[in-house]
Design a protein around this ligand. Structure first.
Ligand code: HEC
Ligand code: HEC
Length: 238
């Protein structure tokens, strides 16, 4: 009799435990699968463990963006979608000097030197994005919740970005308009976490010691305004 009662009690309890553990183990499994893909398919170009280059030679030799702080940099939904259908983010590649040539009206991109990015299946992209979100070096540079959503008029945002701060010299604010040395910023709010954007713009060299984006010593207020501006740009259709 006693045994039977015990079994009746334990049965459902064990199933309940298994059910509760299931989502956790499925996501751990996805992370492991994703990490295996990262190591075999991606690490030849991307650095997964850091640190960032500390010499100019190292910077010029870098083939792809560092991913060892992916979990505090990217928005996961963007990662998952982009990995299935990658589109160019840096108009002239990782190091623009390797991909521009002289044209009639100044520098033009030498498209023949730019290669398309590897694309993943939906399942792989999910697994890889799960794994990337676990890479969290440099967390000490992030102030969680520092960005407070707000608005800036597009005209004012553009004035700041172009005339006041000279950012347009290196970044495009719409396809084909702006500099070629840095990543496009009209998609940056879709791609990157807001608190990361603030931290990076406050001190790019804290993230990437040799990067040539100048530290403009932006005030806290202006950092917020730039993120408002990027969020506005990301809603526009180009
Ligand atoms: C042949 C080199 C190469 C390989 C292999 C490669 N990538 Fe990339 N990856 C790049 C380059 C170059 C860029 C920059 C593209 C751009 O700016 O348009 C990039 C960009 C990215 C980005 C966007 C990062 C950012 O900050 O803009 C992600 C995410 C990414 N790769 C993930 C992966 C994953 C995951 C794999 C493996 C499945 C992989 N890459 C394999 C070269 C590579
Ligand atoms: C001399 C060229 C240059 C100037 C001027 C410049 N940047 Fe950058 N910026 C860069 C480079 C290079 C990167 C990093 C490239 C990379 O990660 O591949 C970058 C990265 C960024 C990023 C992160 C984008 C991403 O996709 O990872 C933001 C945001 C940004 N810059 C904003 C600004 C703002 C705001 C200004 C003006 C205050 C500015 N930049 C001025 C070259 C420049």
């Amino acid at each position: 009799m006693k045994m039977a009662t015990k079994r009746r009690l334990h049965g459902p309890a064990i199933w309940l435990c298994l059910l509760l553990a299931l989502p956790v183990s499925v996501s751990v499994w996805a992370q492991d699968e994703g990490m295996a893909i990262l190591k075999s398919e991606c690490s030849s170009c991307h650095d997964l463990s850091g640190p960032a280059p500390t010499t100019l030679k190292g910077l010029w030799a870098r083939e792809a963006p560092d991913l060892f702080y992916a979990g505090i940099k990217y928005k996961q939904n963007w990662l998952e979608a982009w990995l299935q259908k990658p589109q160019r983010i840096r108009p002239a590649g990782m190091f623009y000097a390797n991909h521009i040539k002289a044209g009639e009206d100044g520098d033009v991109i030498d498209e023949s030197t730019l290669k398309p990015h590897i694309a993943l299946s939906a399942d792989q992209a999910h697994e890889v994005s799960e794994a990337l979100m676990t890479l969290k070096s440099n967390s000490d540079l992030i102030v969680k919740g520092e960005y407070k959503p707000g608005k800036i008029s597009p005209t004012m945002g553009e004035l700041m970005f172009d005339k006041f701060r000279g950012c347009l010299a290196c970044h495009e604010i719409e396809p084909g308009y702006g500099g070629l040395a840095g990543p496009e910023v009209f998609t940056v709010a879709k791609r990157l976490q807001e608190d990361y954007l603030i931290s990076y713009m406050r001190n790019p060299q804290a993230w990437d010691p040799k990067i040539f984006m100048p530290n403009k010593h932006l005030k806290a207020r202006d950092l917020q305004k730039f993120v408002h501006y990027f969020r506005g740009l990301s809603e526009e259709k180009f």
